[in-house]
Design a protein around this ligand. Structure first.
Ligand SMILES: C[S@@+](CC[C@H](N)C(=O)[O-])C[C@H]1O[C@@H](n2cnc3c(N)ncnc32)[C@H](O)[C@@H]1O
Length: 222
């Protein structure tokens, strides 16, 4: 089932031999092969349950010759040179960074299509600090949820000028859903601040950090 989020990931994926890491039901590989959007896929997942479901789905669609489903963590299911593009979607930004970092030499040789569910700030910092360039970003809305799709590849990129940009990059301003992402970040910061203020044992440093980010964010509304 291709939802708007998955469709947006697919629209930002442009490769021949692709890996879908954390494939779950293998929806992306099946759709892209059926629609001639890729030559072959390696679909990896760390859990046996999703791997079995993915295998069954691939078999049901007669695509076992095009989609190889593998059990294992992150990029460890890949050999060097097997794919030109890697999708890592539907996981936290911190986990995505750890997956890239664990097999960074494989990641450096591929185009990366990343869709973090949270921790976008940490992921963008990780990419810049570790010699990856963010080549494109998009925003997609599904129901009430706002998602980021990040394209990245090997190559040094200057760090953003201000820290707040790691939460809300300036280049997203022209995106039609910019204001939705802005509001999401605003809600997120406000919620954290309220929680910290109500806490008996307030982490003052964290509270000051979020208050500062909120002030900085508000400069970016328009
Ligand atoms: C929420 S699902 C996302 C499925 C799909 N990628 C999507 O975007 O809809 C996350 C999947 O990632 C898998 N996963 C979590 N950690 C992983 C890791 N280190 N390596 C591979 N797969 C992992 C989980 O087992 C789960 O199937």
């Amino acid at each position: 089932m291709i939802t708007p989020r998955l469709e947006c990931i697919i629209n930002h994926t442009n490769g021949k031999k692709i890996a879908d890491i954390g494939t779950d039901h293998a929806y992306i590989p099946i759709y892209m092969i059926q629609n001639n959007l890729a030559e072959s896929f390696i679909a990896g997942d760390v859990r046996k349950g999703p791997v079995d479901i993915a295998k069954n789905n691939v078999k049901k669609h007669n695509l076992t010759d095009k989609i190889d489903v593998r059990l294992g963590s992150g990029l460890s299911v890949l050999k060097k040179g097997e794919v030109d593009t890697i999708i890592i979607a539907g996981m936290g930004g911190q986990l995505i960074s750890e997956i890239i970092d664990a097999d960074i030499s494989i990641a450096r040789e591929c185009s990366l299509v990343l869709q973090p569910m949270n921790g976008q700030y940490e992921l963008r910092h990780y990419l810049h600090k570790n010699g990856f360039t963010i080549t494109n970003e998009d925003i997609v809305i599904e129901g009430f949820k706002v998602y980021n799709i990040i394209n990245a590849k090997n190559g040094k990129q200057d760090e953003f000028q201000t820290d707040i940009e790691y939460h809300l990059p300036k280049y997203l301003k022209s995106n039609k859903y910019y204001i939705d992402l802005y509001r999401k970040k605003h809600r997120e910061f406000t919620k954290v601040i309220k929680g910290l203020e109500l806490s008996k044992d307030t982490d003052i440093e964290k509270l000051e950090q979020y208050k500062f980010w909120l002030k900085e964010l508000e400069k970016y509304e328009n």
